[in-house]
Write a protein that binds this ligand. Sequence first.
Ligand SMILES: [Zn+2]
Length: 77
Amino acid sequence: MADRLYPSIQRCAACGNVKKGDEKITLYGNKKHGTKHDEYVCYNEKCPNYKKVVDRDRNAMMNLTFLIDHPELNKAL
Ligand SMILES: [Zn+2]
């Protein structure tokens, strides 16, 4: 089971980068980058999904699936 603090919404499923501060996605998207609430865009230059718009829920779902095999992430983040 995912910990309440596990940042499945803010974490990039491709590289593991977690959005913080003004990079975070809110209910209204991200103001700084002008993304919509249902979009996830990773700005880690080394990420295979760098600047690629992915579905936010799909990204979150992949993070939760990943957690099944890596339960230690519940504590690490
Ligand atoms: Zn990424």
